[in-house]
Write a protein that binds this ligand. Sequence first.
Ligand code: PRX
Length: 654
Amino acid sequence: MSSIESVLKETRVFAPHDAFKQAATVSGIESYNALCQAAEQDYNGFWAQLAQSEINWHTPFSQTLDESQAPFYRWFADGTLNASYNCIDRHLATRGNKIALIFEADDGIVTNLTYKALHQRVCRFANALKKQGVGLGDRVIIYLPMSIEAIVAMQACARIGAIHSVVFGGFSAKSLHERIVDVGAKLVITADEGVRGGKSVSLKSAVDEALQMAECEAVEQVIVYQRTGGKIAWNANKDHWWHELEAAESDYCEPTWVNAEHPLFILYTSGSTGTPKGVQHSTGGYLLGAIMSMKWVFDHKATDIFWCTADVGWITGHSYVAYGPLALGGTQVVFEGVPTWPDAGRFWQMIERHKVSIFYTAPTAIRSLIKLGGDLPKQYDLSSLRLLGTVGEPINPEAWMWYHKVVGKERCPIADTWWQTETGSHMIAPLPGAIAAKPGSCTRPLPGIMVDIVHEDGSPVTDTGGGLLVVKKPWPSMIRNIWNNPERFKKAYFPEELNGYYLAGDSAHRDDDGYFWIMGRIDDVLNVSGHRLGTMEIESALVANPLVAEAAIVGKPHDIKGESIVAYVVLKGQRLEGEEAKLVAAQLRDWVGKEIGPIAKPDEIRFGENLPKTRSGKIMRRLLRSLAKGEEITSDISTLDNPAILEQLKQPAA
Ligand code: PRX
């Protein structure tokens, strides 16, 4: 494991202030240690007790963890429940008039929705889905902008036991099609258009395009939420207006009680090989993970105004927008727009306006806001804030310090939360009233989460050296399967050499205080602006272009995005230079935008007559990474088949 070496040396420590600590749900390190000990002494009992006290079960479970089909673990399997009931109905008697959602549109117009009103909308829409023939276990694709409707759609699916698969609105028709087919969707929910940064973005047209491609026959209906009233094509046999369906329905829909292991949703994410993986989550265990992390990491209280800026198209928007805050009966802000419009003060203005107390965003957003207006937070009253959070990638200490000083006024703890689409909820993160923070470290695991660092053969790393981040025991909100692909699930997450440990795909090291420091992915997965992208996916998209013979993608450190995408391309014809090269590079970039989505467009394209390869034909990605960074190649390149090629690949075409 000598290749995994940490270069980050950070010695600053920030303990929570006394006032925060005293009021915290888990107060002081002793309380944290006690919880961890309880989990260690009686793992199943620890989780069983929480599941009983935090979730309303329709019928109780008798077995906590079933390991008989490992690694296909089952939690609380014979209990029945409904996620929507737990997120909405159970609050109605005590806080029906409490505001559940404060929705701020791109243009600043605010709509508040109480729990009662949310219940009514979810019930009506659930009834509408049923009328369209959607039932228990059916898959529904949701391709919506950030909106009240997106949350209603997810909750309505949960209410009737349909399995939702949300596709981020920034993905192309082709990516949408791939997911519709893989998941075997029966129905698609979309909007005419979304609105972001003052501009409308078409969505329905991408659905139309996707449904015209092969293998989409199973999609019987499309429900369209009218957001802008923009012009769209209409297929009278398939398309229905959301508002018309909703208006025709009654205000109550009996929840469908499902097994705890019933899939609540499938969310696609990139891996190092092949097509995106449909990460399948459960109902009971997933919900418990969302609830406990809201309480432990966000220290969530009934009086909080919570704001997670993630889109519902990502796991963060599932656990900390659509489910977690609602399961606790909390009030949360939901935002349609972008942080930089009309200017880079938008987030701070919204925090002031809605008196946000817990704010959760991504390092990439923080870095871009520092760059575009590092002084802007000072213009707003941010005194309502009491806790800050980050997610998606390691936060660099400079950005951490700015967040701490300028946004948090040195008063608010920062929770750097490490987790993944697959983990369902936070895994390593400070319990803010108990664990002192160190800038750049996600600190220590949550109680009941048994993470460790191991060598490639599964043996533990016992010093502060780097290694593979693993989870040694199954946990309630873990991935249950890759949809339709159990073999890939086993191979990707439970490789034989790791003794049944879950392989996260990240490298990390642990310091002398037992703090975890995430160092990055160990596979060919890039993290661009907190979004996961498989290099192979982008390579396949490029190679699908008729002009391209071969392509290799690598990541390059980027000030704001964390990582940017560099594409090395061999064209079928001659290698291009100058204006011609620029033109083709622009074409290829748009091509990738259409194949996958704008987030996957390469930032740089470099043309070569070939790629650097070993004599056995293996592409030397290490060299490509060095070239991308502009480093001199000092290593021995005598094993290369074609060393002269490196010269061609030094400069971007565009
Ligand atoms: O590499 C880690 C990084 O993001 C990956 C998971 O990506 P995704 O499934 O898209 O989920 C993102 C939101 C949970 C991880 O394998 N990552 C996520 N959070 C952190 C992080 N890296 C360092 N520190 C974090 N706090």
